[in-house]
Design a protein around this ligand. Structure first.
Ligand SMILES: NC(=O)c1ccc[n+]([C@@H]2O[C@H](COP(=O)([O-])OP(=O)(O)OC[C@H]3O[C@@H](n4cnc5c(N)ncnc54)[C@H](O)[C@@H]3O)[C@@H](O)[C@H]2O)c1
Length: 271
């Protein structure tokens, strides 16, 4: 695929997965707008991509605010004259028992992860509808399939993103616009660093997580980015409404049989 002249907007591009996605677009030769709430992070990543690939412009954007989302789309169109791909990546999570949660906790997560995905899509679709072309890629999560305890707003928001993906996909398909989701499993970002930093025994903690990942490793942000580029490209021209897992097999596995349940089941035939 020739990415010359392709214009992509990536939200939350100032770190982690969003940074990896933006890097994949820039390296491929696309123009990329980095929409990020944290100006220091956004500017730093844009400067790095400019240095290495001559691509990457930063615009400060809080995806939970409609005016910011509209300004983000306007900026891309004013600068490059079009918008080919929107990647809704910005997301936040925190773990807290439901009985200790208040309204603000819920809003903090749902307003960024779910409402932000809707708002950015809403304004991007206005431009894409006029163009009669475009792709939206939503970064959802393995939490669209199964979840952890004490993560209710995140699970609800990401489940919402999976259904929003389908709802927009079927509504907008006649205009030649595709909407898909990518659901990462554990990725080598700040959260993985935090998990290891918090562990009393780092190696034990790593092995505990790897027991739940058949490929026994975390993925890089660029491994998510590669799937995003596939969904943004003509290589996926008949795909819309999909939710692709990039999780090393995590959601395919019920339980790690080798470790917990191997012997009693071996050689047994159900009658
Ligand atoms: N890291 C993982 O293992 C993992 C797994 C599954 C899904 N995800 C999803 O991938 C996405 C990126 O996660 P990450 O781990 O790279 O997170 P991260 O915290 O490293 O990066 C998220 C970026 O989004 C920015 N951001 C936060 N709120 C914003 C807002 N309101 N508007 C614009 N930008 C905002 C942050 O400043 C940050 O730069 C999220 O949607 C997350 O839910 C991550």
């Amino acid at each position: 695929m020739n990415w010359d002249g392709h214009v992509a907007v990536v939200t939350g591009a100032g770190s982690g997965i969003g940074q990896g996605i933006a890097e994949c677009f820039a390296e491929a030769g696309a123009e990329v707008v980095l929409a990020e709430v944290n100006p220091l992070r956004g500017q730093a990543v844009a400067a790095d991509l400019q240095d290495r690939f001559g691509k990457g412009l930063f615009i400060q954007t809080d995806v939970s605010k409609a005016a910011d989302c509209k300004a983000m789309v306007d900026y891309a169109v004013k600068t490059y004259g079009r918008l080919d791909t929107l990647v809704n990546n910005a997301g936040v999570n925190f773990v807290k028992p439901t009985l200790e949660m208040d309204e603000a906790d819920w809003d903090r997560v749902v307003n960024v992860d779910l409402k932000g995905t809707f708002l950015c899509s809403r304004y991007a679709l206005e431009v894409m509808a006029q163009q009669r072309s475009g792709a939206i890629v939503n970064i959802a999560s393995v939490h669209t399939v199964a979840t952890l305890s004490e993560a209710a707003p995140y699970a609800a928001a990401k489940g919402g993103v999976a259904m929003l993906t389908r709802a927009l996909a079927i509504e907008i398909a006649p205009l030649g616009i595709r909407v898909n989701a990518v659901s990462p499993g554990l990725t080598d970002t700040q959260i993985w660093q935090d998990i290891q930093n918090a562990a009393e025994n780092v190696e034990e903690a790593r092995q505990h997580w790897f027991d739940n990942i058949p490929m026994r490793r975390v993925q890089s942000s660029r491994e998510v980015g590669n799937v995003v580029l596939f969904l943004a490209s003509d290589q996926s021209s008949y795909m819309t409404g999909a939710n692709i897992m990039t999780d090393g097999g995590m959601t395919a596995q019920l339980i790690n049989r080798a470790r917990y349940a191997s012997k009693p089941l071996e050689g047994k035939v159900n009658r």
